[in-house]
Design a protein around this ligand. Structure first.
Ligand code: PLP
Length: 397
């Protein structure tokens, strides 16, 4: 629908079905960053000259744009280098405050970025690392969650949308349950942010993390939203320029949040690019994107169901924007290699989520993921290539 907005997709005869790994960039984001480098570039928060003022104003305006996009306030928005760093920032803080007897509760379906930092925080602090399960549908097993949640739980970490299952998790309900026992909740929004409206006030989550590059923005920039009181109670993550208030030999005091978490030169040009990507998505309208992607995901699933021996990772077909599957015992890498010959880009592997694959008795899967620029022609091209590849791999006459 919007393919013409994306120079790479307009110029290359590629069928790009790997948006869950990273989204392509619209012309206006590329132009915004190019113009910024050419006309407004100087380090932020540091200089008195007009360039530095322009640069700082653009950076702080990007913070406001991101805040508006998720219904937060600007002082609750920390610029990081991506969702992984956002989560590590919070987990590193908790590693210092957790004590033996405390518990951390994480979903089995998490991307390693929202699993390993918590596991390591528990190893360091002596807290118990607890994992709740999903049902055969791929939906969260709420009974297991309720059983494992207790007044010892200090923080729950869960994805808004799994990058393997493609299901939206009931974050509001999980948050309410977590808050009832006094636990905080971190929501990994790396996948959901480009596919559904996010309102952190409505979700009531304590932290929300995402990356710019999955939202049609540049690489190297991400967001950590935190309720102001939650950010204020976290120790600083990294130390250096800009994040201090006063430095003396015997003691350093730190700047207020969110700058306290932005040590060193920040990815400010990328932040400006991300704000442009947000404006691009807002101009199309998240509602329109959701309708388009839902329709296309159903079309993809219907077509895949016509292929003998296809099994989806997670039985629920209520998926959004991505579908992970296997075809009998054919190695997914062989299929992906064959698809690549027809310039079809999909993802093969464990998608940085080994445990959810093991939960469904697999090591790896093929993943097709969609963006606002995909249409039925892309799915049809993929299906033609898939059927041809399977026929070759099965040695059909
Ligand atoms: N969480 C989820 C659900 C993801 O899908 C990803 C990336 O694929 C991440 C976290 C990590 O994002 P990044 O590599 O941009 O930090």
């Amino acid at each position: 629908m919007f393919r013409q907005d994306f120079p790479l997709l307009s110029n290359e005869s590629v069928v790009y079905l790997d948006t869950a790994a990273s989204a392509q960039k619209p012309e206006i984001v590329l132009r915004e960053m190019d113009t910024f480098y050419r006309t407004s570039y100087a380090n932020v928060h540091r200089g008195q000259c007009a360039l530095a003022s322009r640069s700082t104003a653009a950076y702080e305006s990007a913070r406001e744009t991101v805040a508006r996009f998720i219904q937060a306030s600007p002082d609750e928005i920390v610029f990081t280098k991506g969702a992984t760093e956002s989560i590590n920032l919070v987990a590193a803080g908790y590693a210092q405050t957790l004590r033996p007897g405390d518990e951390v509760l994480v979903c089995v379906a998490e991307h390693h970025a929202n699993f390993v930092p918590w596991q390591q925080a528990c190893l360091r602090s002596g807290a118990l690392f607890n994992v709740f399960n999903v049902l055969p549908t791929g939906e969260i097993d709420m009974n297991d969650f309720r059983e494992k949640l207790s007044d010892r739980t200090k923080i729950v970490a869960v994805a808004h949308m799994s990058n393997v299952l493609g299901l939206l998790n009931p974050v509001r309900e999980l948050t309410e349950l977590a808050h009832r026992v006094g636990a905080k909740i971190l929501v990994d929004g790396a996948q959901s942010i480009a596919h559904t409206s996010v309102d952190v006030r409505d979700l009531d989550c304590d932290f929300f993390a995402f990356s710019g590059h999955k939202l049609y923005g540049p690489t190297g920039v991400g967001i950590l939203y935190g309720k102001k009181s939650c950010l204020e109670s976290l120790p600083p993550y990294q130390f250096g320029g800009d994040m201090i208030r006063h430095v003396a030999v015997d003691k350093t005091t730190f700047a207020d949040v969110p700058v306290r978490f932005e040590a060193g030169t920040t990815p400010f040009v990328e932040a400006v690019g991300l704000a442009k990507a947000v404006e691009y998505v807002e101009a199309i309208g998240m509602r329109q994107i959701e309708v388009h992607e839902k329709e296309l995901t159903h079309y993809l699933i219907d077509r895949l169901r016509t292929v003998p021996d296809v099994t989806f990772v997670g039985d629920s077909l209520n998926k959004r924007g991505l579908v992970s599957f296997n075809v009998g015992d054919i190695h997914p890498s062989d299929i992906a290699f064959a698809l690549a010959q027809d310039h079809i880009c999909v993802r093969v592997g464990h998608h940085c989520a080994m445990l959810i694959h093991h939960r469904f008795g697999r090591d790896i899967s093929l993943r097709v993921s969609l963006g606002l620029y995909n249409d039925r022609n892309d799915i049809d091209a993929f299906m033609r290539s898939l059927k041809k590849s399977l026929s070759l791999l099965r040695g059909d006459k």
